[in-house]
Write a protein that binds this ligand. Structure first.
Ligand SMILES: Nc1ncnc2c1ncn2[C@@H]1O[C@H](COP(=O)(O)OP(=O)(O)OP(=O)(O)O)[C@@H](O)[C@H]1O
Ligand SMILES: [Mg+2]
Length: 486
């Protein structure tokens, strides 16, 4: 029988837990405060603790810290009604097993509890991490409540607690630098320097000397010795942005620093030693660069030990509303004005747009809207035209190049056919079909052949193509085989 301890000051939550969990397999004990929880814990010796973050008296994070000190292997799941980055990161950093957002859904909760109890059994011999520093109250402003962002927060917390190299990937404007800074701020190196270098912005021949320094006379123009970023940043953290743009020669040097902590200045022959944590980011597919030999495979694997993939904004539309509120507040504080309000149709329009420039583009749109809005509310007319002219249905389907189909006022929009096309589109996307037109074409041909009982002449006529074309398609899409299987 597994022992579960719930620490939460809300009687409603205690009640629902009793209903969900009190069973023959699980023995549930409850406590209404952190202080009480610690006492009960010593007596009951639970296999798993589930605890609220916000409680009167000792809060959840502090209680978690104490629990970790007395029993580092006991899994603790934190619950919070506030999906703030801060709590998520802190909780994971303190070694929480996981955390849950309230209100929680019961199947998910059960699944999580089952997983944690299994981990508890498996984990008996694993040594756990002890935080080295007291947490600091940084307002890092990473907003997001969506599932993929919650995973990002968890990884930030875990990375902050370690010294591992990290690779952050994601489209432009998704927040890669923000995440890198968050890892740094929460890490034990936060008292030491953080240097960001944009590898794409520095000419290739200068990057090496920028990173590693050079000796006097190393090359034309090297009139004095120069100390590079790695040397300046000893004990600190270096953020190598756009690492996909780095030359192979520089990659080799980076690999060496990562492996042995040593390097030489350009033109120098004395090996220097540093202790620097590297966080890298790129918006390029590095795997591809590895296959085309533009990126060293060994360096890729070295960097890819922990990967944070930040999803594009269009894949987490539920965060848009939160981000809008956050930016409204942020810019209002900058201007010492109360935040502008925003009409619901504006929010809807923002939620439907594709956001090719991701969060950065959204931030710019809000900043601009605040400036152009006349009254104290932001209206549709304050948004740029590309957001207004987007067709919600095609936008929501997230199709690349969807804009072309969204020409306002064209006869195709608003008809039944448009609705069918929309459905088809979504189907193809959800099925993971990369080539929508061939996928749909194939299905239409199957329909026509079924309708004409396999008569190609008639089917071609119905489809409006020649018989020769139909035959080619049938072959290309391997339709006959499928029909005969049926
Ligand atoms: N989740 C978020 N919450 C709040 N602000 C965000 C978030 N993500 C990104 N931003 C803001 O969007 C802007 C772009 O973020 P950042 O510079 O980190 O993106 P990036 O991925 O490094 O982009 P690029 O690839 O173009 O360098 C910044 O102003 C950042 O503060
Ligand atoms: Mg960046």
């Amino acid at each position: 029988m597994d022992r579960l301890l719930l620490i939460d000051d809300e009687t409603d939550v205690q009640y629902s837990f009793r209903r969900i969990f009190d069973s023959r397999e699980i023995e549930l004990t409850t406590a209404s405060s952190g202080e009480e929880g610690l006492k009960v814990l010593a007596r009951v010796r639970p296999d798993l603790v589930i605890m609220d973050v916000r409680m009167g008296g000792m809060n959840g994070l502090e209680t978690l810290r104490r629990i970790r000190q007395s029993d580092a292997k006991l899994p603790v799941i934190m619950m919070t009604a506030y999906g703030t980055t801060q709590t998520a990161i802190e909780a994971m950093k303190l070694g929480a097993y996981d955390y849950l957002l309230k209100p929680f859904d019961v199947p998910k909760l059960k699944q999580l509890v089952a997983g944690a109890l299994k981990a508890a059994r498996d984990m008996k011999q694993v040594v756990s991490y002890q935080p080295l520093l007291e947490s600091e109250d940084y307002a890092l402003g990473i907003v997001g409540r969506s599932e993929p962002m919650q995973s990002v927060f968890k990884l930030i917390g875990q990375l902050a607690a370690s010294d591992a190299t990290a690779l952050i990937t994601g489209e432009s404007g998704t927040g890669k630098e923000l995440v890198a800074r968050a890892i740094y701020h929460h890490s034990r190196r936060s008292g030491q320097p953080f240097l960001a270098i944009n590898c794409a912005a520095i000419p290739e021949n200068l990057l090496e000397s920028e990173l590693f320094g050079h000796e006097k006379g190393a090359f034309t123009g090297a009139t004095a010795q120069r100390i590079g970023k790695f040397e300046q940043c000893d004990q600190g953290t270096i953020f190598l942005d756009e690492i996909g743009d780095m030359s192979l020669a520089t990659q080799t040097k980076i690999l060496r620093v990562l492996q042995s902590g040593t390097f030489e200045r350009v033109g120098g022959n004395q090996p220097l030693k540093v202790d620097v944590r590297v966080i890298a980011a790129t918006n390029k597919p590095l795997e591809q660069a590895v296959t085309t030999k533009q990126f060293r495979e060994d360096l890729f694997y070295r960097l890819n030990v922990v990967r944070i993939q930040i999803p594009p904004l269009r894949d987490r539309r539920e965060d848009i509303r939160l981000l809008v509120n956050y930016f409204l507040k942020k810019f209002a504080e900058g201007g010492n004005q109360p935040p502008k309000s925003i009409s619901p149709e504006v929010v809807t329009a923002l939620e439907q747009y594709r956001w090719p420039g991701n969060v950065r583009e959204l931030e710019n749109v809000i900043q601009r809207a605040i400036v152009v809005a006349k009254g104290d509310a932001i209206l549709l007319s304050d948004l740029p035209s590309e957001i207004l002219s987007c067709d919600p249905a095609t936008e929501a389907s997230q199709a690349p190049g969807a804009k072309a189909a969204a020409v306002a006022g064209s006869p195709e929009t608003g008809t039944d056919l448009a609705a069918v096309a929309r459905t088809l589109f979504r189907w193809a996307r959800e099925e993971g079909k990369l080539k929508v037109i061939p996928a749909v074409e194939r299905q239409l041909i199957i329909e026509a052949l079924a309708e004409t009982k396999g008569n190609q002449v008639q089917a071609a006529k119905l489809l409006g193509i020649t018989r020769a074309t139909l035959r080619k398609r049938v072959e290309k899409f391997k339709i006959r085989q499928e029909l005969s299987i049926k």
